[in-house]
Design a protein around this ligand. Structure first.
Ligand code: M6P
Ligand code: ZN
Length: 184
């Protein structure tokens, strides 16, 4: 009985999962992720905005097959003309996939498989499957938080370095008030 699961409460209006671990990324944690490093430093000289926060339930054991469930609240905003986004990662385990379900907001999922990156539109109710071996990043192009629920195997691991070195090849930018997919 020791490993019996419990039932968690998700506040569906905000994405907050009650009584679980919370972590966050501020702009200072993403110094080299946005295209304009100069604008990042200029913003950081005045403030350090919250870009997103994650609420996650971790299984007690780390046995293969156990799942992590989490919500991400990605705030609206821009660095120069580039919308706020998650850092983006590959899974260290090449066999680990992931599922995203959007609870509110609008944006894009950048998903890179091999040399090809797709920008998939996301809105409330979007269900996205991320196959094993793909880099993935979420971008908020709306005026409200983009909130999504994610599930992935506990053994997945996050490889940020590879995603950063390779880049996604696409960025989502504001062009005259409209989100636009740009090559980078
Ligand atoms: C989702 C999941 C998490 C991830 C988080 C933030 O909730 O994919 O595994 O940590 O988004 O994304 P990142 O780790 O790329 O900053
Ligand atoms: Zn992932």
């Amino acid at each position: 009985m020791a490993n019996m699961t419990k039932v968690f409460r998700v506040d569906l209006s905000t994405g907050v999962i009650l009584e679980v671990q919370r972590w966050e990324r501020r702009l200072s944690d993403m110094r080299e992720d946005f295209a304009s490093v100069e604008v990042v430093e200029e913003i950081l000289s005045k403030e350090n905005p919250l870009i997103y926060e994650v609420y996650e339930t971790r299984p007690i054991s780390t046995k293969i097959g156990e799942l992590v469930c989490c919500t991400t609240i990605l705030y609206p905003g821009k660095v120069a003309n580039e919308y706020y986004m998650t850092k983006g990662h590959y899974h260290q385990d090449p066999n680990s996939s992931e599922v995203y379900l959007v609870l509110s907001g609008q944006g894009f999922l950048l998903i890179k498989q091999g040399r090809e990156t797709s920008a998939l539109f996301l809105e409330k109710g979007s269900l996205a499957y991320i196959p094993p071996g793909c880099a993935h990043r979420v971008v908020n192009t709306g005026h409200t938080p983009l909130v999504f629920f994610a599930v992935y195997p506990v053994q997945a691991g996050h490889d940020y370095e590879r995603a950063k070195q390779e880049g996604f090849g696409l960025r989502i930018v504001d062009k005259e008030g409209q989100p636009c997919v740009a090559k980078s």
